[in-house]
Design a binder for this molecule. Structure first.
Ligand code: GLN
Length: 295
C-alpha cells in the first residue's frame, strides 16, 4: 500500500482517501497496514481513480461521499459537494431552533440534503422540508435521508418558494383521494439556505472542484445575488412571527445581503464568519405579526 500511495503523484490526503475507499477501510486502517501488498484488482481500481483525480475530478465524486456535520453524505455530480464553511450555516440555524418542542424548518435548494439532514439529525422534534429545482438532487437527498434513517425530513420539487405551492397542490389531491388529514405547512420557524451565490463570470468557476460541480448550484446572475434576492424577499411571507431566515453567502456579499434583509423588513440582523474568518452567514428574523398570506 505504501508503494501505491507514494508513487501515485497525488496530495497525500487525496491518495489516502481514495485508497481507503478502494480497500473499503478507513485511513487509520491504511496506516496500520501500510506494509501489506495491495491486491491486483484493487491496484487497478486505485490507479483508475488516481488518473481521474489527476485530471481534476473532486475526491468526493470519486468516492461518492463526503463527511458533513458528522454525517456521511452521499454525493454525485448532480449536487454540490458539502463545504466545511456550510457547517457554520448549520450551527447558526441550530442556535435559532429550540430542541425541546416541535418546530418546522424549510431548506431551500437542498442539493445533497446535507444541511436539511444535519438539522433533522440534531433536532429530532423538528419537521424539515427540503426543496430543490433539480429532481436529480432530490433523489440524492432522499437517498441520504433513507440511509441515515432520518424520518423527519420531507422533500419538495421546485424553484424556491414555488416548491411549497406545488407540494400543497399535490397534497390536496392526495388528501382528497385518501381522506387523509396531512397538510403542508405554510410558515416555518426557520428557513435556511445555501443557495448558488457565485457571480456568473467569476473566474473561480473555471478552477478546481467547481469545474465539475453543477453550474446551477453555484452561479446566480451577474452579481451572484439572484437567488439570495428571491429567497430573502419571499421569507417574511413564509416565516412565523419571530421566525428566522439563515443564509450562506459569498465572501464579498455581506453588505449586499444585509441590505436585502433590511429591505425585506427582517430584523435582528446577525452575521457570522466561517472557519476561515470570512463573513459567510447572515440571519434575520420576521418581527411583525404577519397578516400576509403566502402565495
Ligand atoms: N462556497 C462555494 C464556493 O465558492 C459556493 C457554494 C455556493 O454557491 N453555495 O466554492
Amino acid at each position: 500500500m505504501k508503494a501505491a500511495l507514494g508513487g501515485c503523484g497525488l496530495a497525500r490526503v487525496d491518495a489516502e482517501v481514495l485508497l481507503a475507499h478502494v480497500v473499503g477501510r478507513n485511513r487509520a486502517w491504511l496506516i496500520a497496514h501500510a506494509d501489506d501488498p495491495l491486491p491486483e484488482p484493487l491496484d487497478a481500481e486505485f490507479a483508475g481513480l488516481v488518473a481521474r483525480r489527476r485530471k481534476g475530478e473532486p475526491v468526493a465524486y470519486l468516492t461518492g461521499r463526503r463527511e458533513f456535520h458528522g454525517l456521511a453524505i452521499a454525493v454525485d455530480p448532480a449536487v454540490l459537494i458539502p463545504r466545511p464553511e456550510t457547517e457554520t450555516l448549520v450551527e447558526f440555524a441550530l442556535a435559532r431552533l429550540p430542541a425541546d418542542r416541535a418546530t418546522r424548518v424549510l431548506d431551500l435548494g437542498t442539493g445533497s440534503g446535507a444541511v436539511a439532514l444535519a438539522l433533522a439529525h440534531a433536532r429530532p422534534l423538528a419537521q424539515v422540508l427540503a426543496t430543490d429545482r433539480s429532481r436529480a438532487a432530490i433523489d440524492v437527498a432522499r437517498l441520504n435521508a433513507g440511509r441515515l434513517g432520518l424520518a423527519n425530513v420531507d422533500f419538495a420539487y421546485g424553484d424556491w418558494y414555488a416548491a411549497l405551492r406545488a407540494r400543497r397542490h399535490a397534497m390536496r389531491r392526495a388528501k382528497a383521494r385518501a381522506g387523509s388529514a396531512v397538510t403542508a405547512p405554510r410558515t416555518f420557524d426557520v428557513i435556511v439556505s445555501n443557495p448558488p451565490y457565485v457571480a456568473e463570470l467569476d473566474p473561480h468557476l473555471a478552477q478546481g472542484d467547481l469545474r465539475f460541480e453543477p453550474r446551477r448550484a453555484l452561479a446566480a446572475g451577474v452579481d451572484g445575488l439572484d437567488a439570495l434576492r428571491a429567497i430573502v424577499a419571499g421569507a417574511p411571507a413564509h416565516l412565523v412571527p419571530g421566525g428566522w431566515l439563515v443564509v450562506e453567502h459569498g465572501y464579498d456579499q455581506a453588505r449586499a445581503v444585509r441590505a436585502l434583509f433590511s429591505a425585506a423588513g427582517l430584523g435582528d440582523f446577525t452575521a457570522a464568519r466561517d472557519l476561515a474568518g470570512i463573513a459567510r452567514v447572515a440571519a434575520g428574523r420576521h418581527r411583525t405579526q404577519g397578516t400576509a398570506t403566502p402565495a
